[in-house]
Design a protein around this ligand. Structure first.
Ligand code: SF4
Length: 195
């Protein structure tokens, strides 16, 4: 039976593969302390969800739709699970929305991987096709549309296999080449190639 990988693991895998390696192979995720930043982020998410309930759907270019918050998604077939910030259901489509507390309103490859993973889970769970999504950047109060194409979803399937392969063989992957990512990394004390 497949072990369950989370959508958050897929996002981290795009950011630095080694973070996912440490989480699984050294069991460090279970010992991770809750930092002030994490607590603050989770409080902000709750506040944004409350505001969202009162906000019109026009910022997503929609006339109608039903919002669902903190949607749990799971697929036994994919061995994947996740907790989506918001799901909008209209008469025509299902649209995943993630809230981000990042100061720069830029959509990265890790965000796309996360949204494509949610799309696969929604498609399986609800039997609808998901072709677009949004990231709502909290500080900028900006909602950016992210189109999800087949290659984004195929990359998710490939990365699920790569993570399983890495964990089962305990193969430590290369460190990220984006050295700036190491500065705030919660695993920098364990990483032999920290920059
Ligand atoms: S310290 Fe740098 S290379 Fe090591 S896990 Fe963190 S981001 Fe990756």
């Amino acid at each position: 039976m497949k072990f369950t990988i989370t959508v958050s693991d897929l996002r981290q895998f795009e950011y630095c593969q080694r973070i996912v390696y440490f989480s699984y192979c050294l069991g460090l995720s279970r010992r991770r302390p809750t930092t002030y930043k994490m607590e603050e982020g989770s409080l902000l998410h709750e506040q944004v969800a409350e505001l969202e309930e009162r906000r019109s759907l026009h910022s997503y270019g929609l006339q109608e739709g039903e919002r669902h918050f903190d949607v749990r998604l799971r697929s036994e077939k994919l061995g994947l699970s996740g907790l989506l910030d918001m799901l909008i259901i209209t008469s025509k489509e299902a649209i995943p929305v993630e809230f981000k507390n990042s100061s720069s309103a830029e959509v990265g490859a890790n965000h796309k991987a996360q949204l494509a993973a949610y799309a696969l889970l929604i498609e399986e769970q609800r039997g609808v096709s998901v072709s677009r999504s949004f990231i709502h950047f909290i500080p900028a109060r900006q909602s950016i549309e992210v189109i999800l194409e087949q290659h984004h979803k195929s990359a998710v399937l490939l990365n699920l296999e790569r993570i399983r392969h890495m964990v089962e063989r305990e193969n430590m992957p290369e460190a990220t080449l984006a050295h700036g990512r190491c500065t705030d990394c919660e695993f920098r004390n364990f990483c032999p190639d920290v920059w």
